[in-house]
Design a protein. Sequence first.
Length: 145
Amino acid sequence: MSDSPTRGPGAGTWEVGSAEGKTAGTPVASGDLITLRNLYQAGSYLDTNEVASADQKKAGAKYDVHTAKTADRGTAEWRIFGLTSTPQDTHLHIGDVVHLWNTYAGNGGFLVTNGHGPAGGMYDVCTNAYFNRTGNVADWGISRA
């Protein structure tokens, strides 16, 4: 994870896709099943990959998170939940804060930041059993690309 959404063309931009077969352009609603495709170079999907490291597990982590070339491994589907929205029409809007829950094996955990990342990165990213283990590590914002 980087502190800049523009460190490389498309690197900080994610395309939301329906994992339920909804038509492109259909508003995303709280509770929808989605995929997240990063637009850097050829693109890749946000994906759980391998069991969390020993350090990650110290804070309740379940799986490490990476990107994958395809979304068909069974580990790249996320349930998106809005904390609230205005208007409260169940749809998610620019500026909303959301939680992302991975559906791998029925309970892949919440997407969270966790400690410091590798050189050049701000934080490690993994899934966690707790959406609010400390601070706002599971809060993700929706913004326009």
